[in-house]
Design a protein around this ligand. Structure first.
Ligand code: M6R
Length: 608
């Protein structure tokens, strides 16, 4: 969701900025722009559409001379995607250029006030108010002007700013939208995310809320919102540079699907020792775990779906009442926080606006917050009381796969640990679960080797208009994710139902040939789901079922059966999701769509 890249240094800025923006393409965008100080003026180029349009227009930046600049990929919020609404936005004198990620919530009021004062607006964006406000408050000191603007705007922002008066400087500021500063011997960088600068440096400062940065060849300075100088420590990013590249795969999504055995292994292995699970990072004593009365899992999208599985697993193994909420609902429903409760925020990016707001609400009410996060140093990771990282590595495809699988693995470990400490499972059960957990990465590998079978099936459904997913218990949680995966990258309408709910309305949609994907991996629920399969088949549905080999009888009722290896029932989701991810991928591929960057979507949803 909007990407920012900026550079000041010894190299030509525009090509570096365009490279950085290309690394941020996964965030989702509809237009792009760059502004560079060319020795005389701020030279700006903007173009609607893919970054390659801007890249071609500027001959990959070569036609934009200069050593200092800022660039942006825009995901439209205020004003449709267009050249004019693309960032950067400049003031009327073309002396200040701004790129912005986030939303200025009080922009309407601010715009009215500025218009009364005679400022003219060229775009429909909320961002343009910033360019005019900076003009209003600028009297020679950029930090002073930025600080004044920050005191007056409401909402979220990550900003990259240039002042013609200070041509060899980039200014940056943030509140509730991610922004990092990178430093190398060759120059200084600003970016929305690490992949944008990983080719140039691993030394990074994470900007905190309401901080301002001023970068020049000589200095890297930071200020608080009152303009006071502050000290910050850089961190070293240890990501493998190739992890953020396609490595021979046609798409990031396919690559990331194949990385799941490693990602899940990397998430589990360091936490298993002496036949026990070591979650030292948890920050909860055994007594606190024994006293836990309630857990709220809060997240968005696929992370929410892992939370739905998390609820089943935590309740069945650790016997702790657990609720799973969508962060966008949780944050506004005035939730009840009780003593001895734990709030778990789940997020791949660690920057999702609603999840971050839910975290802050929980902390405001003195609730203990545990985060399950993939991006090290992200806002959610930094603000939670404790963090269990998913070691999936950078995930670039908008449709999450490997981070999702790692989140499931973390929930299994959490539930097992809690269950062992609370004595709700026997040592023998614990040992059995642990053995099954360790086997999961190899079993995922086995499933991946059957991808041709899934591609064959997917190719028969490229033109279908509706697909239904159904299951019970954990199979329902997996149906939710299978359905989201399919719709987000194939644009086929799909819905997921708890199989028992079909009769309460949805079954009226069944007609000759409707595709139903039925997931039936849970032993005690198996006969119930089989009955639901029979019900939809009687109404003409074509059923593709996912089950385990011991349920060969499924072939008597479903039209097409895919088998997953046996594991303990609570872990079935980790295996059942693999064919569904591959199914979505191949349907999207077959329909000729942009698998990694589906329309209208952003990888990291940093606005409400
Ligand atoms: O970064 P987060 O895990 O907080 O993101 C949450 C959702 O936006 C994300 O899972 C989204 O639903 C994905 N596109 C699903 O593939």
């Amino acid at each position: 969701m909007c990407g920012i890249a900026g550079y000041i240094g010894k190299q030509q800025a525009a090509p570096i900025i365009l490279d950085g923006l290309a690394k941020l393409e996964y965030r989702g965008y509809d237009s792009a722009g760059v502004a560079v100080f060319d020795g005389e003026k701020i030279h700006m180029e903007k173009a609607m559409g893919r970054l390659r349009v801007l890249d071609e227009m500027t001959h990959h930046g070569a036609s934009m001379p200069g050593f200092c600049g800022v660039g942006h990929t825009r995901w439209a919020t205020h004003g449709c995607p267009s050249d004019t609404n693309a960032h950067p936005h400049m003031n009327e004198e073309n002396t200040i250029a701004v790129v912005h990620n986030g939303i200025i919530e009080n922009y309407g009021k601010l715009k009215q006030r500025l218009e009364k004062k005679g400022y003219h607006f060229a775009s429909e964006t909320d961002t343009e108010v910033l360019a005019h406000m900076l003009t209003e408050y600028y009297h020679g000191d950029p930090v002073d002007a930025i600080e004044k603007v920050m005191h007056r705007v409401e909402g979220s922002y990550a900003l990259g700013i240039m002042f013609l008066d200070h041509p060899h400087h980039i200014y940056a500021a943030r509140k509730d939208s991610p922004l990092i500063v990178g430093v190398s011997d060759d120059g200084k960088f600003i970016a929305s995310d690490v992949p944008a600068i990983l080719h140039y440096t691993r030394n990074v400062y994470y900007m905190e809320n309401e901080e301002i940065a001023c970068l020049s060849n000589e200095h890297t300075r930071f200020f608080n919102i009152d303009g006071e100088s502050i000290e910050k420590q850089p961190v070293t990013i240890d990501w493998d540079i190739h992890a953020a590249e396609k490595g021979g795969y046609e798409h990031f999504m396919l690559k990331e699907i194949h990385e799941q055995p490693k990602a899940v292994r990397d998430t589990i292995s360091p936490r298993i020792s002496n036949n026990d699970i070591d979650l030292g990072e948890l920050g909860l004593s055994e007594e606190e775990i024994r006293n836990l009365k309630h857990i709220s899992i809060v997240a968005c999208g696929s992370a929410y779906h892992t939370g739905v599985t998390g609820k089943y697993v935590l309740e069945s193994l650790a016997r702790i009442p657990t609720e799973t909420d969508l962060a966008s609902e949780f944050r506004y429903r005035n939730p009840i926080y009780t003593p001895d409760s734990l709030v778990i925020i789940v997020s791949q990016s660690g920057e999702t606006a609603d999840s971050l707001a839910a975290l802050r609400d929980a902390k405001k009410h003195k609730s203990k917050v545990l985060a399950i996060v993939n991006v090290v140093g992200s806002s959610i990771a930094r603000e939670a009381d404790s963090v269990l990282y998913t070691w999936a590595g950078p995930e670039i495809s908008v449709a999450t796969t490997k981070a999702y699988s790692c989140q499931l693995a973390v929930f299994y470990m959490l539930a097992m640990k809690f269950a062992r400490i609370r004595g709700t499972i026997s040592p023998e059960q614990f040992a059995k679960l642990l053995d099954a957990l360790k086997l999961l990465p190899d079993q995922i590998e086995t499933l991946l080797s059957q991808k041709e079978k899934i591609q064959f099936f997917a190719n028969h459904y490229l033109a279908t208009e509706h697909i239904f997913f159904m299951g019970r218990g954990i199979d329902y949680a997996i149906s939710l994710e299978g359905s989201l995966k399919l719709k987000e990258i194939s644009y086929i309408h799909s819905e997921a139902y708890a199989a028992g709910e079909l009769k309460h309305g949805t079954i009226s949609l069944m007609e000759e040939g409707t595709l139903v994907v039925a997931i039936a991996t849970q032993d005690i629920l198996y006969p119930k789901t089989v009955s639901n399969i029979v019900e939809v088949k009687t109404r003409g549905a074509f059923v593709m079922a996912l089950t385990t080999l011991k349920h060969k009888d499924m072939e008597n009722c479903a039209d097409y059966v895919l088998y997953v290896p046996e594991t303990e029932n609570p872990f079935m989701g980790s295996l059942a999701i693999i064919p569904l991810q591959l199914f979505s991928y191949y349907v999207s591929l077959g329909r000729g769509l942009d698998v990694d960057k589906p329309r209208n979507l952003a990888k990291s949803v940093t606005v409400e």
